[in-house]
Design a protein around this ligand. Structure first.
Ligand code: SF4
Length: 700
């Protein structure tokens, strides 16, 4: 395919920037920002503008199926038929011997919607197990549960266009300047044009986002709910409350009011590590806002109390009635490009397609009827970390991993590694030999990557984009849809007579009819000709829905939003001790993406932070006899890493920060941050507690 120009969407974060890709015989693939795209208006961040290097460099690509007959044999090249025959035979025999729940699939927020839909249908509908989960479990599951508890459904209320209509922003547990850069650039531009716009940032680190803020509340990790309740109290005391909205459109306000009015500013100040004045100032700014938007990401979600943190934050939008109006509402920032699309098609162990619930018998029947099968198992599926626990204990025998690299990204990575070693059979479907997980595959399947296949994605603001195929995949790589359809055929499953990816999307769209995420009038033709759409799109000619709840009717049975009372206000993570006195928090750096299988091969993206660095406060460094640039050993109950120290007052005393991206180099895993992280998960969302692991640090 030569001398072509196509419009597509960036494959990295949930912002979902539009990209124009040119492909010619002289330069190969080149990329520029799409000036007419409603999300980025031509802008791209460092990752997006270097995407062509990732595509043009195929040196790391898995080019043909590989297989090994036993763990003592090396993998060898085989045909697609041989690889899928073996996968089908082993999965069938394990299921026959140990039952359907002895196998599982672990997939990714980078899968396209059609791939997500198909693999969920295959596993929940035909393999008869609900053991299918996604790495979005590590990312957005607390936000999903928070939305459901408050609004009745997983529903992001607002659009990016609301940014330009708001005057007050609370960014909490997020660093969009690094992790959602184009979104943050839109916010900066809005503030440049409207200097009275206020930005409050809540973060234990003085990040680039915090540096752009009018007020930075540098809290101790895990104290978010206490802070939000103190802000809630101040809002009520000062009369910054929309009683009309609360009375007509919410439930349970009096219980919430009793709770927050019983809180103490002084206690909140002490526990959170911010002054009472700053708490009052934050509340007063929010209370006086004409348009108030809260934005959050992993700082809230990746927590032992992640769901409670989410609902406590959502309560602030409810008190002030700042939802369903232009320039107002809560806004979870999605980490991955299609985490939301995955949720729409039921891409988690507890979900079914079109936002139906696995634990609801009527929903199970509706989905089973639609798929033409007898029933869907009522047994809850295992979540991401539970599947690896089950592999370690031997309860689960086989796993199929698609487009994700758990050997770097799961908490307690050494234990996850043991789990894969203990598995009887591992299939890995990926694009790159650089993925640490690929080394554990008994069958390794070469997948097509971004630009090499077609499909759709949904970004953070519910915006659905069509991504066309622009180039051929290298070697014998196939799209995930083609691989899954071929496997379904080997398993002799009915219900997979799709001629192409478009047919898969058509089936999904039909399934949404009459639901709150209705896109039954959307199709490839409209997406290609008319551009992107925000769901729901419930009618022919419907332009899409930028803002939900404009009628102040929510998706709960009473149509009212619910003030939730947290089960636990204080953090339930393991507290610091004499042995492990510091709190480690982890996160992204500016130019890297996840486990670096793509960004790690672009030399210009390696210059910003070439290796992992531990951020440590000068007081902590002094007490620990650590100087800037020293090599240090960070250790926890689970393992250790050895990295360079960066002594900086941007991090709060008592807190350490490590980037999450690096994995093993050769056999050395001492760069891998997740050697350290704990295995605690939120009790509802089952999202890991990445933002709070107690550790020790010493000079090497
Ligand atoms: Fe891609 Fe996100 Fe950067 Fe946009 S902000 S170019 S979607 S990585």
């Amino acid at each position: 395919m030569q001398n072509t120009e196509i419009k597509t969407t960036c494959s990295y974060c949930g912002v979902g920037c539009g990209i124009i890709v040119k492909n010619d015989s002289k330069n190969g693939v080149t990329v520029t920002g799409d000036k007419n795209h409603p999300v980025n208006r031509g802008m791209l961040c460092s990752k997006g503008m270097n995407l062509h290097y990732v595509v043009n460099d195929t040196s790391d690509r898995i080019l043909y199926p590989e297989m090994r007959w036993s763990r003592s044999h090396p993998k060898e090249r085989v045909s697609w038929d041989a690889a899928l025959d073996r996968a089908a035979a082993v999965f069938s025999s394990i299921i026959k011997k140990h039952g359907p729940d002895s196998v599982g699939f672990y997939i990714s927020g980078q899968c396209l919607t059609e791939e997500y839909y198909l693999v969920n249908k295959l596993v929940k509908g035909f393999l008869k197990t609900n053991n299918i989960d996604t790495n979005s479990r590590l990312c957005m599951s607390s936000a999903v549960a928070g939305y459901k508890k408050t609004f009745g459904e997983d529903s992001v209320p607002i659009a990016y266009a609301d940014i330009e209509l708001a005057d007050t922003f609370l960014i909490t547990g997020a660093n969009p300047a690094f992790c959602h850069p184009i979104l943050f650039r839109r916010l900066e531009q809005h503030k440049e044009k409207n200097p009275k716009t206020k930005i409050i940032v809540v973060d234990p680190r003085r990040t680039d986002s915090a540096m752009a803020a009018d007020l930075h509340l540098q809290i101790f990790p895990g104290t978010d709910i206490i802070l939000y309740h103190a802000i809630g109290r101040r809002l009520i005391e000062k009369g910054f409350v929309d009683f009309d909205f609360i009375g007509n459109h919410t439930e349970n306000f009096s219980a919430y009011k009793d709770l927050v009015m019983g809180s103490s500013y002084e206690k909140a100040s002490k526990l959170c590590g911010v002054s009472v004045d700053d708490i009052h100032t934050a509340a007063d700014i929010i209370g006086k806002a004409k348009g108030f938007i809260s934005m959050w990401a992993m700082g809230l979600n990746q927590s032992a109390i992640g769901v409670d943190k989410n609902t406590a934050l959502l309560n602030l939008s409810l008190i002030t009635g700042q939802i369903g109006k232009p320039g107002s509402g809560p806004f979870s920032l999605t980490g991955q490009p299609n985490a939301m699309g995955g949720r729409e098609v039921g891409g988690m162990a507890n979900l079914l397609a079109v936002h139906k619930e696995l634990n609801n018998p009527e929903h199970r029947k509706e989905v089973a009827d639609f798929w033409g099968i007898d029933a869907i198992s009522e047994k809850p599926g295992l979540t991401a970390t539970e599947m690896f626990d089950a592999l370690e204990s031997g309860k689960m025998k086989a796993i199929w991993i698609i487009c994700t690299n758990p050997m770097v990204s799961l908490p307690d990575a050494r234990r996850a590694e043991k789990a894969l070693q203990n598995a009887k059979f591992v299939v890995v479907q990926d694009i790159s030999h650089n993925a640490d997980t690929a080394k554990f595959a008994d069958v390794l399947l070469p997948a097509a990557g971004w630009l090499e296949k077609e499909g759709t994605m949904t970004n953070s603001e519910r915006r659905i984009s069509y991504l066309p195929k622009g180039i051929n995949a290298p070697g014998e790589a196939l799209s995930d849809v083609e691989i899954l359809l071929a496997f379904a055929k080997k398993m002799k499953f009915s219900g997979f007579n799709f001629n192409n990816t478009e047919a898969v999307y058509k089936e999904y769209c039909l399934m949404t009819k009459g639901t709150n995420i209705d896109v039954s009038y959307l199709n490839y033709s409209r997406l290609k000709n008319e551009g992107t759409f925000q769901w729901p799109v419930p009618d022919y000619g419907h332009p899409g829905t930028p803002r939900l709840f404009a009628d102040r009717k929510f998706f709960t049975p009473s149509q009212k939003a619910i003030f939730n009372i947290p089960t636990s206000i204080e953090n339930t993570s393991e507290p610091p001790s004499d042995q492990y006195p510091f709190i480690l928090t982890t996160g992204r750096i500016r130019d890297q993406w996840h486990t670096m299988t793509k960004t790690g091969k672009v030399s210009r993206l390696m210059t910003h932070t070439p290796s992992p660095v531990l951020e440590i406060n000068p007081i902590d460094a002094y007490k620990s006899k650590i100087k800037n640039g020293d090599i240090v050993v960070v250790s926890s109950k689970n393992g250790e890493v050895r990295v360079k120290a960066k002594v900086t007052d941007t991090i709060k005393e008592g807190v350490l920060f490590l980037p999450m991206h690096w994995g093993k180099q050769l056999d050395n895993d001492l760069n891998r941050t997740n050697n350290l992280t704990n295995t605690i998960v939120d009790p509802i969302s089952k999202e890991p507690d990445f933002k709070y692991t107690t550790v020790a640090v010493t000079k090497y």
